[in-house]
Design a binder for this molecule. Structure first.
Ligand code: FE2
Ligand code: FE2
Length: 173
């Protein structure tokens, strides 16, 4: 795999994991510790912190330029988390289900690409490990009533579209 492609991969993943930590921070800021799903969200937030820390390390180790949109993803992630939490606990879960669905797809595409090129086995193992966590987050969100959120199809569709755009842009910018 060419250096440019590898760097884009690491850049977008670090941006995504950072964005995920901001989503959960936003949700917890609104819900506090007494929300019906606060413990669940705290657990997911801790895992996202771990993912982010490992991509931060990799970014530094490989000399990858971080996304220039860091401040924007910080604000957008936080606003998405806080905004959905304000709509209610089910909307917060719908947000997680939608985001993790897209991340699962994104990581699966990266794993296919890494397998195809037969390079970077360490990165592939890390992505495969994180993908399991993201799938567990999505499943937990669905089990906690994500689909009962008001206007679920619309909300979910909008969030998934936002994620797709964020992924495309963060690979390059
Ligand atoms: Fe993650
Ligand atoms: Fe996640």
């Amino acid at each position: 795999m060419k250096r440019g492609e590898l760097h884009r991969m690491i850049r977008v993943d670090q941006a995504g994991e950072f964005g995920a930590t901001r989503i959960y921070e936003g949700q917890l800021a609104v819900m506090g510790d007494r929300g019906p799903h606060s413990a669940e969200i705290r657990h997911m937030a801790e895992q996202e912190e771990g993912h982010r820390a490992r991509f931060d390390e990799l970014l530094a180790k490989r000399g990858v330029r971080p996304t220039a949109l860091h401040p924007f993803w910080s604000a957008a992630g936080y606003a998405l988390g806080a905004g959905t939490a304000l709509l209610g606990p089910e909307a917060a879960m719908a947000c997680t289900a939608a985001v993790e669905e897209e991340i699962d797809k994104h990581y699966s595409e990266q794993l296919d690409r890494l397998a195809e090129t037969g390079t970077e086995p360490e990165l592939a193992a890390m992505i495969a490990e994180f993908r399991e966590d993201e799938r567990a987050h999505r499943d937990a969100a669905l089990a906690n009533g994500a689909e009962k959120a008001p206007a679920y199809p619309l909300l979910s569709g909008a969030i998934r579209l936002g994620c797709k755009i964020a992924i495309k842009v963060s690979e390059r910018v």
